[in-house]
Design a protein around this ligand. Structure first.
Ligand SMILES: *[C@@H]1O[C@H](CO)[C@@H](O)[C@H](O)[C@H]1NC(C)=O
Ligand SMILES: *[C@@H]1O[C@H](CO)[C@@H](O)[C@H](O)[C@H]1NC(C)=O
Ligand SMILES: *[C@@H]1O[C@H](CO)[C@@H](O)[C@H](O)[C@H]1NC(C)=O
Ligand SMILES: *[C@@H]1O[C@H](CO)[C@@H](O)[C@H](O)[C@H]1NC(C)=O
Ligand SMILES: *[C@@H]1O[C@H](CO)[C@@H](O)[C@H](O)[C@H]1NC(C)=O
Ligand SMILES: *[C@@H]1O[C@H](CO)[C@@H](O)[C@H](O)[C@H]1NC(C)=O
Ligand SMILES: *[C@@H]1O[C@H](CO)[C@@H](O)[C@H](O)[C@H]1NC(C)=O
Ligand SMILES: *[C@@H]1O[C@H](CO)[C@@H](O)[C@H](O)[C@H]1NC(C)=O
Ligand SMILES: *[C@@H]1O[C@H](CO)[C@@H](O)[C@H](O)[C@H]1NC(C)=O
Ligand SMILES: *[C@@H]1O[C@H](CO)[C@@H](O)[C@H](O)[C@H]1NC(C)=O
Length: 853
């Protein structure tokens, strides 16, 4: 859709204006780069409407209201808020009756879609919607008919969409579109209804209409009477794609329309089943009409020869996407044949490249993307030397999704007015020096998803000549770093957008950014960047409005980073600055955050404080702060606690500077360490104890005779309690009636290595670990795993007895796994909890646990 809109704009533009091209493309470029979010955000939940049972949500500004409600929503919802747009979707209402919409006279757009029980709409329901401009009643599969008077009142309706309902007969539909009822109708879309044929008088009720667009795609049409469109005297765009109409029939009504003075501009004949060649007769007729945009996509023309098309003077846009073409004759689109061709779309074909194909000199846009064959039968795209020598007017060249391997300094010669070059998702790994030099006017270069750095560093000579480049996209190109002594950005001082997302950079320097004085958007997301220690933006004087640093490895805010953020935020007038740090690995403890906090409190500006305290990025460690907002940590820093920390640090500094009190320092260090690691020390002591016990036991009676109090000790995480309850039930209350030792887990970290836990483990024949995501995440459980593992090592005595039984519940994300857990999962057989095969799982587990040692 975007493309069509884009082309349309382009054509309008090319026709009416010449001067302000740059502004125009800039706007387009931005639209391409950051397309407006299509998904509606509907954060506001409206009061539930008791009577209808529907749920409604609204956008922030109440411009859009969407109502839905699957099984609860049985009547048309009552909406009291005044919105511009109302969408009623996926309800189970069976009818809409008069009065339901009377209070909605303010509406401009109404969509009633995918209500799969809707059978009836009472005439007169729309009587009060005099402001409505767009109405869609679509995807309501049980709606088979509508009344002739249904649209009464819609005097301003511009755009009517009735796609994919259960309509079968166009004759029953069209009386409802009578010009006296819908005097303002301009666009009518009745695609995806099974009409099969369009009789002569189908559109008679629309006599006198100003309708300009008619869509009848995918209607299983095999007949259209040659006179049927004649009442639509202002029709400009006709879409009848994806039907089964033969060329004679199309020719017949086109001739009639032309003779009647109906001047079509746009004709869509896509997916019509034409094979081998565009039907010559039909092309001859089209050549005599006013049609400027001809869509022949999704037909099947393997060879387009020099004489496939007649001379077509009016054609400006020719869409030959996905027509399976493998070869194009050198003169097929020559300027003599298509003197006005501006846009040629050849994407999704099987063309092996550009080999001496003189294209219309005045082409503005050439789309050759996605000619890459199939995975089993790949095509390597190749561009001959001098291919574009004549293409002086070309503004947009799309070579994306091709298997182009290399470009050279001669590849683009001739494209002196090219503004947009798309090479994304190719296999480009060689950019010859000076490849872009002929592209003096290039404004946007998209090289995303190419293995550019596979075997060569990017150098500035490759990018020579891109003085006017505004947008450079180097997303996912395997870039590891840029080199200060060969700065590629020195070539592109006018860059406003630089996209370096999804590379492998650890850092970027101020020196690299320095030439980019006009930069507005810098996207460094999905790299490996760490916190930086020298100011970047402050030092380089680069001041983007949008800075994306999401999903990197930034752990804390150095002073340099704070100065940078401050620099980016201050003095921006009415511009809103966006700096995004989401999905990093912030450590929320005193050593990482206290300084930031102190500085913000004493020296931070209001803006800076607001940035930090309103931010949404999250801590990743320690466990207590995991997935909580850094902002929350900052505002709840326990000042006292961190002060102590700071003092200790100061003492450490003293130790280094004053050797005379080294001993005192050492004592303090030892005390601190002992305190900090007290748990480990206690733990080691226990291990030693067990080891002793073990040695003692080794000399004692044979292992077989050892009797255990429990069959198994179960180690699990609170989140998996339900599973454990189930397990207890399965193992303890059914033969062989095993005995489990299951701990209530509510005690705190400090107390868990209690003698009793150790004893319980010692008195259990097996130790069962329930390994799940939450288990791996929880520090507590990590400890216990380690404990169990050491326990096992101490017990190892050459027999096959292995007390550890691992049960994996669900997927465990590897980022949470400790080394021990990883090791265990790799080396040991674990039992996967299989919800669909529970009986077998429990039987297996019982068999293991009842094995005699
Ligand atoms: C329309 O508004 C009136 C007065 O606000 C109210 O009494 C009536 O129930 C409303 N009708 C519908 C269908 O919402
Ligand atoms: C139609 O809408 C107007 C407001 O534009 C309102 O005053 C009037 O009551 C509505 N008519 C009916 C029948 O509800
Ligand atoms: C007509 O409405 C549909 C959705 O209902 C929209 O997609 C389309 O852009 C509209 N067309 C015009 C010309 O406004
Ligand atoms: C096209 O279809 C019409 C009606 O089905 C038929 O009479 C005619 O022979 C067909 N023409 C061709 C070329 O197949
Ligand atoms: C370029 O080609 C790609 C892939 O076919 C397509 O998605 C994109 O819209 C095209 N862009 C332009 C400007 O033609
Ligand atoms: C382009 O390539 C990237 C990376 O290989 C891939 O993730 C993406 O899906 C591709 N785009 C399309 C539209 O296939
Ligand atoms: C890229 O540059 C670095 C530093 O100049 C060098 O060590 C490395 O070998 C280069 N890599 C390639 C593939 O040329
Ligand atoms: C690009 O930058 C140069 C200065 O380096 C300037 O003279 C020129 O006008 C700029 N071009 C555009 C299109 O902004
Ligand atoms: C921002 O301020 C500038 C002048 O400082 C003004 O030209 C521009 O219209 C303002 N933009 C908005 C969105 O208010
Ligand atoms: C705040 O700024 C003053 C003067 O620049 C400086 O002396 C002081 O150390 C700063 N405070 C913090 C907490 O950094």
């Amino acid at each position: 859709m975007l493309l069509i809109r884009y082309l349309w704009l382009l054509l309008c533009y090319a026709q009416y204006a010449r001067g302000n091209l740059i502004d125009f493309y800039e706007e387009l470029n931005n639209e391409f780069l950051y397309p407006q979010e299509k998904t509606e955000e509907l954060p506001i939940e409206l009061e539930p409407d008791r009577e209808s049972g529907c749920l409604c949500r609204a956008s922030e500004n109440i411009r859009i209201i969407v109502c839905f409600g699957n099984y609860g929503c049985k009547k048309f919802p009552k909406v009291t808020l005044h919105s511009e747009i109302l969408k009623v979707r996926t309800t189970v209402m069976e009818e809409i009756v008069r009065g339901d919409l009377d209070n909605l006279s303010h509406l401009q757009v109404l969509e009633i879609e995918a209500n799969h029980q809707l059978k009836y709409i009472e005439p007169g329901v729309f009587r009060n919607l005099t402001n409505l401009r767009q109405l869609s009643i679509s995807y309501n599969t049980l709606l088979h008919t509508i009344n002739d008077k249904i649209f009464e009142g819609l005097v301003n309706l511009h755009n009517l969409t009735l796609v994919n309902n259960g309509f079968h007969n166009i004759m029953q539909l069209t009386p409802a579109f009578h010009t006296s009822l819908l005097p303002s109708l301009r666009a009518l879309d009745i695609s995806e209804n099974i009409f099969e044929s369009i009789p002569e008088d189908a559109f008679h009720p629309l006599r006198g209409t100003n309708l300009m667009k008619l869509d009848l795609c995918l209607c299983r049409l095999d007949f259209i009477h040659k006179n049927s469109f004649l009442p639509l005297r202002n029709l400009k765009e006709l879409r009848i794609g994806e039907n089964d109409l033969n060329s004679t029939m199309i020719s017949n009504f086109l001739v009639k329309m032309k003779d009647d003075g109906i001047n079509l501009i746009h004709l869509d004949l896509s997916g019509m089943g034409f094979r081998k060649q565009p039907p010559r007769n039909l092309m001859n007729i089209i050549a005599t009409t006013t049609i400027r945009r001809l869509i022949l996509a999704k037909n099947q023309f393997e060879y387009i020869c020099d004489d496939t098309f007649p001379r077509m003077v009016n054609i400006e846009l020719l869409d030959l996407r996905k027509v399976l073409v493998i070869n194009i004759g050198p003169q097929a689109f020559n300027p003599h044949k298509f003197p006005n061709l501006k846009v040629l779309l050849l994407s999704g074909n099987n063309l092996p490249g550009m080999h001496k194909t003189p294209l219309s000199d005045q082409l503005l846009l050439l789309d050759l993307s996605d000619n890459k064959g199939s995975p089993t039968n790949p095509l390597y795209y190749d561009i001959d030397r001098d291919t574009f020598l004549q293409s002086k007017e070309l503004k947009i060249l799309n070579l994306s999704f091709n298997r182009i391997k290399a470009i050279f300094d001669y590849t683009f010669i001739g494209l002196e007015n090219l503004q947009i070059l798309r090479l994304e998702n190719g296999t480009l790994y060689h950019i010859g020096d000076g490849s872009f030099k002929p592209l003096k006017r290039l404004q946007m270069l998209n090289l995303a998803n190419n293995p550019l750095e596979a075997n060569k560093n990017l150098t500035s000579t490759m990018f020579e000549g891109l003085n006017e480049l505004k947008i450079l996209i180097l997303q996912n190109c395997g870039i590891k770093r840029f080199y200060d002594d060969d700065n590629i950005f020195e070539m592109m001082p006018n860059l406003t957008h630089l996209i370096l997302r999804n590379n492998q950079m650890y850092y970027i320097t101020a020196e690299i950014l320095k030439p980019l004085k006009l930069l507005q958007v810098l996207d460094l997301s999905e790299n490996l960047l760490i916190s930086w220690w020298k100011p970047l933006f402050l030092a380089s004087g680069v001041k983007p409005i949008k800075l994306y640093l999401t999903n990197n490895k930034i752990s804390h805010f150095s002073m340099s980073m704070i100065y940078d953020i401050s620099y980016l935020l201050e003095n921006r007038g009415n511009q809103t600055v966006e700096i995004n740090f989401m999905d990093n690995i912030f450590i929320c403890d005193c050593s990482s955050m206290y300084q930031t906090h102190r500085w913000l409190q004493t020296n931070g500006t209001a803006l800076l404080r607001q940035f930090f305290y309103k931010s949404n990025f999250q801590c990743s460690s320690p466990d207590v702060w995991e997935d909580k907002r850094v902002a929350d940590y900052l505002s709840s820093i326990k000042t006292l606690h961190c002060l102590m920390y700071e003092k200790i640090t100061n003492v450490m500094v003293l130790v280094w500077t004053a050797p005379s009190i080294v001993t005192i320092g050492l004592v303090i260090i030892i005390v601190t360490i002992t305190y900090k690691y007290r748990m480990y020390i206690r733990y080691w002591l226990f291990l030693a104890k067990i080891a002793f016990g073990r040695n003692f036991k080794k000399t004692a009676p044979k292992p077989e005779t050892k009797s255990y109090k429990y069959d198994a000790f179960v180690s699990y995480c609170n989140d998996d309690r339900e599973f454990v309850m189930d397990m207890i039930n399965q193992l303890e209350s059914q033969p062989p009636y095993l005995k489990l030792c299951v701990y209530e887990r509510d005690f705190e970290i400090g107390s868990f290595i209690s003698e009793s836990v150790m004893n319980s483990i010692n008195e259990s024949k097996y130790v069962i670990l329930i390994i799940s995501n939450s288990f791996a995440k929880s520090q507590w459980c990590r400890w216990e795993t380690q404990l169990a593992e050491y326990h096992r090592i101490f017990l190892e005595d050459g027999t096959s007895y292995d007390p550890l039984v691992l049960i994996r519940v669900g997927e465990v994300q590897s980022k949470y796994l400790t080394t021990t857990l990883k090791y265990l999962l790799k080396t040991k057989i674990y039992h996967l909890w299989d919800e669909s095969n529970q009986e077998e799982f429990w039987t297996r587990l019982r068999n293991i646990l009842k094995k005699k040692v």
